[in-house]
Design a protein around this ligand. Structure first.
Ligand SMILES: Nc1ncnc2c1ncn2[C@@H]1O[C@H](COP(=O)(O)OP(=O)(O)OP(=O)(O)O)[C@@H](O)[C@H]1O
Ligand SMILES: [Mg+2]
Length: 260
C-alpha cells in the first residue's frame, strides 16, 4: 500500500509543486493522474521513488518511509519500483534483450553484468517480460531499430524485469500516435490486471484517462482537487481540475476514431 500523508514539495527557488497531498493507494490499483502542465504530476511520481525529496509529510510504500530515507534504503525502495518514461530512455545501440536485462541490475552482482555474464534465470525473466508485452521476437534487434510503440514496450518490459510491486509511468504515451498510445495503455492495464502490480500513470489526454483509468486523481497547482472513480468523472470534473474549459488539445481522439 502507498500512503501520502500531508506531503508538500517546494523546489529550490520557491515553487510549491505539491501542497498537503493525502493519498492512499491499495495494492493492485490502477490510478491515472491528470492535471495541467506544471500541476505537479511528475513531482508526485518522483517524490514516491525519492528522486525529489518531500519538504514535509510522509510517504510510505508497504510501511517503508521514503521521506528522509538514506541512499541504501532508497536503492532498496527503487529496486521495487518500475519506471516508465515518456522518451523510453533506452540504450539505442544495444539489443532489446540487453535493455530489458538492465531491469535486473539491482539483483545481480555488478561484475557479472559488466562482462555481460547474466545468470540464466535473469535472461529467462527478461525474455518472459518481453513475451508479456508481445515483442519477444525482437529480443536480438537493436533498440534503435524499433518503432516508438515497440520501444515503449521495451521500456515496460525493462520495468517488469525488475519484478516490481509498483509501476510509475510518467506520460508514457506522449511521444506516440493515437493508435499506438491506446495499445501501450492497453498493455499497462493488462499487466496491472494479470500481475496485480500497483500502477500510477500520468496522462495528458483526458479521453485516454477516461478510457483506461479506474481511479482518477486530479492535480491543480500542486493540490489534489479530485480523487475518485473514473465512472463518476464528468466534463465538469475535468474543467474543475484544469480550471478552464476543455479543448481539442486535451483530447487524443481526432475525428471520432473508434475506441477499443
Ligand atoms: N527541478 C525543479 N526545480 C524547480 N522547479 C521545478 C522542478 N521541477 C519542476 N518544477 C516546477 O514544479 C511545478 C510542478 O512541476 P511538474 O514537473 O511536477 O509538473 P507536471 O504536472 O509534471 O507538468 P507537465 O505536464 O508539464 O509534465 C512546476 O511549476 C515546475 O516548473
Ligand atoms: Mg510532467
Amino acid at each position: 500500500m502507498i500512503r501520502f500523508d500531508d506531503v508538500s514539495v517546494t523546489y529550490r527557488g520557491g515553487v510549491r509543486a505539491l501542497r498537503n497531498v493525502d493519498l492512499r493507494i491499495d495494492d493492485g490499483e490502477f490510478v491515472v493522474v491528470v492535471g495541467l502542465s506544471g500541476a505537479g504530476k511528475s513531482t508526485l511520481l518522483r517524490a514516491l521513488n525519492g528522486l525529489v525529496p518531500a519538504t514535509s509529510g510522509s510517504i510510505t510504500i508497504d510501511g517503508t518511509e521514503v521521506v528522509g530515507a538514506q541512499s541504501a534504503e532508497l536503492r532498496a525502495i527503487r529496486s521495487r519500483i518500475g519506471m516508465i518514461f515518456q522518451t523510453f530512455n533506452l540504450v539505442n545501440r544495444t539489443s532489446v534483450l540487453n535493455n530489458v536485462l538492465m531491469g535486473r541490475l539491482a539483483s545481480v552482482p555488478a561484475w557479472r553484468s559488466t562482462i555481460g555474464l547474466w545468470p540464466a534465470t535473469d535472461t529467462e525473466i527478461a525474455m518472459q517480460a518481453l513475451e508479456r508485452v508481445g515483442i519477444v521476437e525482437k529480443a536480438y534487434v537493436r533498440a534503435a531499430d524499433l518503432s516508438g510503440g515497440q520501444q515503449q514496450r521495451v521500456g515496460i518490459a525493462r520495468a517488469l524485469a525488475q519484478e516490481p510491486s509498483v509501476m510509475l509511468a510518467d506520460e508514457p504515451v506522449a511521444a506516440l500516435d493515437p493508435v499506438t498510445s491506446r495499445q501501450v495503455m492497453g498493455d499497462l492495464r493488462r499487466i496491472n490486471r494479470e500481475l496485480g502490480i500497483t500502477t500510477l500513470v500520468n496522462l495528458h489526454f483526458l479521453d485516454l484517462a477516461r478510457e483506461f483509468g479506474r481511479r482518477l486523481v486530479g492535480l491543480r497547482d500542486g493540490e489534489v482537487v479530485f480523487d475518485g472513480d473514473i465512472a463518476d468523472v464528468t466534463d465538469e470534473t475535468f474543467r474543475h481540475i484544469y480550471g478552464r474549459a476543455i479543448t481539442d488539445d486535451d483530447l487524443l481522439a481526432v475525428d471520432g476514431e473508434p475506441t477499443e
